[in-house]
Design a protein around this ligand. Sequence first.
Ligand code: SIN
Length: 460
Amino acid sequence: MTELVKGRFSRKVLVPLLILSLLATMSSVLAIMVRAEEAPVLPTFDIPALSEEHKTSALPNVIVVATGGTLAGAASNGDKTNFQSYRAGTYPMADLVAQLPKHKTADVSTYQFGNKGSGGYTIKELYDLSLAVDAALEIYDSAVVTTGTDTMEEIAYFLDLTVRSEKPVVVTGAMRPWDVIGTDGPANLYQAIKVAGSGKTKWFGTVVMLNDVIFAAREVTKSNSHRMDTFDTPMFGALGYVDDPAVRIYRAPARAFKAGTPEWATPFDLKTISKETLPQVGIVYNYQEASGGAIRGLVEDGVKGIVTAGTGAGGISSGLSAARSAAITNNGVVFVSTTRTGSGSVYGGSGNTVAGDNLNASHARMMLLLSLAFSNDVSQIRSWFQSFGTADVEISVDANTVLSTSVDEEIGLPELEEPVVTEPTPETEEPVVSEPEVTEPPVVEEEEVEPELQETVVTP
Ligand code: SIN
C-alpha cells in the first residue's frame, strides 16, 4: 500500500518536475543559441593609438586604412615605364606615406588591413574591412581607404552601406603603379588625405576621390580600363573637387540631408550579424537570345539573390525570364532588376523581383546582399531599396528646424527678432554721401583694336 502511494506520488510529482527541468534546460540552450546569433564574435584590429605628437598637434588626425591595389603596386622588373605591367598590392602603406611630402593639412597614421588586388577580397573580408574602418574612426577624425580601382565602386558602396560612423571615409586608389613615371598614386593619396582631413564630407557616407574629383560611392563607376580619369558618375556628376587652396563641395548626397537623425544610419549594422550569414548573390547580364543557364547555374551554386543587368529599362530574354520564374518558385531567390546601359533607372517590380532604381548592377548586388543578410522578407527588402537604395532627396522641416533664409516670411516661419538699432550719438558724424561721379562712356574709334591681355598673377 505504502509502495503504491509512493509510486503514485513519484509519478504525480516527479514526472512533471522532470518535464519542467527538461523544458528549462531546453529553453536555456535555446536562449544561448539566440544570444549567440544576436552577439556574433567580432574581429579585433590593431589600430595604432594616436602618437603623443599627433595628440598635441592642431591638425586633424587622418588614418589611411590600406588594402593594396595599383596604388601600392610595383612595376614589373623595376621598369619605370611599365604602366600596365606591375604587381598590385606590393608596397606597405607606411612606406608610401613616408615617401609623401609632409602633409600640410593633416597628421597621418596608417593601418595595413591587407595588400592585394581589389578583386581578391571576399565579402567576408569586406565585412572585416568595414568593422576595421569603424574601429579606426573611434580614434581618428577621418579615414582614407586605399583599394584597387577594379572593384573600388563595390568596395566603396559596401562601406557606404555598412560603416556606422558619420566621420568622413574617403576611398582612393591609382591607375598607375607607385613607382612608374607619371604615377597618379602619390597625388591621389595626398589629395584623399586632404579631403578626409577637411571634414567636409562628414555625414556624406563613403566618398571616392581620384584625380582631384570627389564622387558619392553610390553613384561612381569605373568607366575606362586604362585612363587616369576613369571614375565617373554618369547621371549625377561630381560632389566636389580638391585643389591647392581648398576642398570644395558643390552638392551633397541624399543621405547627408538626414545628418544627425536616426534615419541617417542604414539598417545594415554588421556588428549584429556574423559574417558567416552573408549570402551569395550573383549578377546575370542580358543579351540577344540569352539562355537561362546563367541563372540556373547560380541557383545551383546556392545564391539567395540575383541582380539582372537588363537591356534598356531592365528587359531580359524569354530564356532568362523563364529561369527567373523557376528560381523564384522553386528556390525563393530574390531578383533585382537593373539596366546594362550604364545609366538610367529601372522601375516597377513585383513579387520576388525588386526594381534597382539607377543603381548599377555591381552596386545593386551589394545592396541586395546586405538586404538578404538582414531580412528574408521581400517587402522589407523592397522598402530598403526604395529608401536607402534609391537615395531620393527629401527635405523635411519641422518646428525645431532652424532655418536661415531670405524667404522666411514667404514660407510662414516666425519672424526673426528685429536687431536693436542704436541712434547715432551727437558726436557721430553723419556719413557724407556723395553722388557717384558719372564718367562719360569712352568714345570708341571705328578702327579695330587688339584687346590687351591681362597678365594673370598666380599666387602659390
Ligand atoms: C586592382 O583593382 O587591384 C588592380 C587595378 C587597380 O588598382 O587599378
